[in-house]
Write a protein that binds this ligand. Structure first.
Ligand code: HEM
Length: 245
């Protein structure tokens, strides 16, 4: 994919167009070797597109299975804008319910769901989370387990955006246990971009279309398989354009 993109003649602006332009100009501070380009863009493609796409599929499924949440979100979006071009990286920040919907989708279906291991430095070992761990061991927290544990969340299997909006029934939730972007120096570099993309795409789709889950995708969630990232069946949804005057 990286080689194909490099060979492509296009005016479309993406990450690579900036890297290629800097190289064409011969800017010595921005020169990248072929190897650097390959590895950097491999990471950006896998880390940047698959994760965001998974979340957008997951949130779409959850919304269609939870019509009350969908109704509330659609009302928020359609009452906030008159035209879809008003939906921008800045204006989506006003959609408080949508942000809670996305937080809940990231909790219930973290795109990176398995353990991201960290190595305890060799030597004396370390105390991690109150437990002594000898040096050389790998430790980590699987996001799926932390997110779905009843020790951390009330009704962990239910899709309830209100838990992110101060609903008293969920006051005891340990919201900090949901860390879909991981934490610390190796945490997600693209977190802000991911939020911007998810907020804009979801708001535009729901502004323009009424959605309905097709029967063939009713078991979409049960058919998911995880191999680090998610293996997903196609999510079949009917989109009907909203007619406005
Ligand atoms: C919903 C969307 C996303 C989720 C859930 C997500 C999640 C994560 C997680 C959990 C990590 C940590 C990996 C580790 O600790 O080993 C990570 C790393 C990373 N993410 Fe994301 N990510 C998302 C979107 C993006 C986007 C849009 C980009 C950029 C285009 C991006 C770029 C990266 C990069 C470069 C790293 C490696 C950081 C490093 O090792 O220093 N991610 N992401």
């Amino acid at each position: 994919m990286v080689s194909k993109r490099m060979a492509m003649k296009t005016d479309r602006k993406d990450f690579m167009s900036y890297a290629l332009r800097a190289m064409e100009k011969g800017d010595p501070t921005s020169m990248m070797s072929n190897e650097e380009i390959m590895t950097t863009f491999e990471v950006l493609m896998a880390a940047g597109s698959e994760t965001t796409a998974t979340l957008l599929s997951g949130v779409t499924y959850q919304l269609l299975e939870n019509p009350n949440v969908l109704r509330k979100l659609v009302a928020e979006i359609r009452s906030s804008f008159a035209h879809s071009h008003e939906i921008t990286m800045v204006s989506v920040n006003n959609l408080k319910y949508q942000l809670a919907v996305l937080e809940e989708a990231l909790r219930i279906m973290p795109p990176v769901a398995t353990t991201l291991r960290r190595l305890v430095p060799s030597g004396q070992g370390e105390v991690v989370g109150g437990h002594f761990v000898p040096g050389g061991m790998r430790v980590g927290v699987p996001a799926w387990t932390a997110s779905r544990s009843p020790l951390n969340f009330r009704d962990p299997e239910s899709f309830i955006p209100e838990r992110w909006l101060g609903d008293v029934r969920y006051a005891e939730d340990r919201r900090e246990a949901s860390q879909p972007f991981s934490m610390g120096p190796r945490g997600c570099l693209g977190r802000s971009l991911a939020y911007a993309e998810m907020r804009i795409v979801l708001a535009r789709v729901l502004f323009e279309f009424d959605l309905k889950l097709m029967k063939s995708s009713k078991s979409w969630l049960e058919n998911l398989k995880n191999f680090g990232l998610w293996q997903k069946d196609p999510l079949m949804v009917r989109l009907r354009p909203v007619i406005r005057d």
